[in-house]
Design a protein around this ligand. Structure first.
Ligand code: IPE
Ligand code: IPE
Ligand code: MG
Length: 251
């Protein structure tokens, strides 16, 4: 995670209101493949560059006082990609985790992985478990990586867990409400995202955080993920601060 150690700590841009920042930002990091193709490079080079973007964004959240960042790294549908690309991504996740864990600990970042983690390669699962355990006391930034994640899959597994409790008598069916349901989601320790950013222009959610997005403000930029820098994030936050979040009420 986090940009090179020599990077200066940057203040919040003066045109942003520190009292109206989103507390939780979610990102669909899209467009790595197109970014690479436009430069005559293999798709995997886009994924590699995307890691640098993510490091800087995480650093930026810490510098600017945004307490939670959740990113979509691999969807339940992404298994359908060519085997070489899937294998590259799994290896990349593991290498990056191994390489960046010490810095995450030093920077007081808490990392969590959400998704169906048991289907990931065993060596990656071990790195994931280690990183979650070693950062569990950290409070600077709550950094969540959705890996083998699908919003529908998350909802189905929550239903299954609840149904099981009803069957064994641990829970009354009538006790199921929104709060209880939320406690069975992978994201149960986090608030819902205030802002969803999608890079590379597609106007869709692609099965990301379906339940949690109920009242997220959506920001789509045409910038490809490898080029999404601090200035692009600044623009997203400026746009967010212009929104009137009514939550179904009237002013
Ligand atoms: C997002 O970039 C990264 C992952 C899904 C892992 P893509 O790989 O989807 O890039 P495009 O959308 O094909 O350009
Ligand atoms: C969403 O991007 C998944 C991730 C960013 C990990 P995709 O590239 O997989 O989504 P679609 O295919 O454009 O909907
Ligand atoms: Mg894509």
């Amino acid at each position: 995670m986090i940009v090179k150690p020599s990077a200066p700590l940057e203040q919040l841009p003066s045109d942003l209101d520190c009292d109206r920042l989103p507390q939780h930002v979610a990102v669909i990091m899209d467009g790595n493949g197109r970014w690479a193709k436009e430069r005559g490079l293999p798709r995997i080079m886009g994924h590699r560059r995307g890691v640098d973007t993510l490091k800087d964004l995480l650093r930026c959240c810490k510098d600017w006082g945004i307490g939670a960042l959740t990113v979509y790294a691999f969807s339940t549908e992404n298994w359908g990609r060519p085997m070489e690309e899937v294998q590259f991504l799994m290896t990349l996740f593991e290498q990056v985790l191994r390489r960046e864990l010490a810095e995450m600990i030093a920077e007081k970042v808490r990392i969590r992985f959400v998704g169906n983690l048991t289907a990931l390669p065993a060596s990656l699962q071990r790195e994931i478990a280690r990183s979650m355990e070693d950062t569990q006391e950290n409070k600077e930034v709550q950094f969540t990586v959705a890996t083998n994640y699908g919003g529908r899959q998350e909802i189905v597994q929550a239903c299954r867990a609840i149904a099981h409790k009803v069957k064994t008598g641990e829970l009354e069916a009538d006790a199921i409400d929104e709060a209880l349901f939320e406690r069975h989601l992978y994201t149960h320790e986090l608030s819902s995202p205030d802002l969803l950013i999608r890079t590379s222009g597609e106007m869709r959610i692609s099965n990301f955080l379906l339940w949690q997005m109920a009242y997220a403000e959506i920001y789509v930029t045409s910038i490809g993920w490898p080029d999404f820098d601090r200035e692009a994030f600044h623009q997203a936050l400026l746009d967010y601060q212009k929104r009137d979040r009514r939550f179904g009420k009237v002013r």
